[in-house]
Design a binder for this molecule. Structure first.
Ligand SMILES: *Cc1c(COP(=O)(O)O)cnc(C)c1O
Length: 234
């Protein structure tokens, strides 16, 4: 069995989440673990599912669709967390439960229009470029109110919250600043839109800081599946 380490890794990550919750006075059931399986084979996802993991995040559409087909027998909750090309929105609207990386109105409108009627509204997080990096996708904090107002008008989308990927930083204290800004932004929007309950933030290297500042969904790849090898397909 080549993927036996995955169950142990998930147990370790769940334990770290628990410790962070205790340390930062968060209730354990308010933090969801999203396993990020990009570049990893379907068998690795299956091993994680068998270890009790239900929510998975994918970045590359075709790769995700292939895995979904191979794993169609499992009741997995699929999250799309990668950059979205507007010609790919139909497949995303049809095959995912959540999209974390919405930062263009055109993409949001297409997801709304293309979400099949037999499925519930698509759960949406707006991606915020919280570290204001030139090269990164995401909205600025200033753009959020207008953008949220537009999304709230779209009946086939459910605006659930905000997502961010802060610039890498190896100081655990400094890591908290962008996450605190995200929490503040969520609180502001929550006063207007009752559907918002999610802060998608925290990865393998900054999970504790994100939980300290109110993350409700940590997106963990490396700590579960090991380092990624991009030379093969991406
Ligand atoms: C790859 C990826 C992750 C997981 O990162 P790790 O550092 O491997 O935990 C989380 N979020 C997004 C958007 C990603 O692209």
């Amino acid at each position: 069995m080549p993927y036996t380490h995955i169950a142990q890794n998930i147990a370790t990550v769940r334990d770290q989440i628990k410790q962070s919750c205790v340390q930062h006075q968060r209730q354990l059931d308010t933090v969801t673990l999203l396993a990020v399986s990009k570049t990893k084979p379907a068998e690795a996802v299956r091993a994680a599912f068998e270890a009790g993991q239900v929510e998975f995040g994918e970045n590359y559409l075709q790769e995700a669709l292939d895995k979904q087909q191979a794993l169609a027998d499992l009741p997995i909750v699929w999250h799309f967390i990668g950059p979205i090309q507007s010609n790919k929105t139909r497949a995303i609207a049809e095959h995912f439960d959540w999209v974390h990386s919405v930062d263009r109105l055109k993409v949001a409108q297409r997801l709304n229009d293309q979400r099949p009627d037999h499925l519930p509204p698509l759960n949406i997080c707006l991606q915020v470029n919280i570290s204001q990096e030139e090269s990164k996708s995401g909205l600025s904090l200033a753009e959020l109110p207008e953008f949220a107002a537009q999304i709230a008008q779209m009946p086939r989308l459910c605006l659930r919250g905000l997502m961010a990927i802060p610039a890498p930083c190896d100081n655990p204290v400094l890591q908290r600043k962008p996450f605190a800004e995200m929490k503040q932004a969520l609180l502001t929007l929550q006063s207007q839109y009752s559907s918002l309950d999610s802060l998608s933030m925290g990865m393998t290297d900054d999970m504790d800081a994100a939980i300290a500042e109110g993350s409700t969904m940590v997106r963990i790849g490396t700590a579960i599946f090991g380092a990624r090898d991009y030379t093969a397909s991406h």
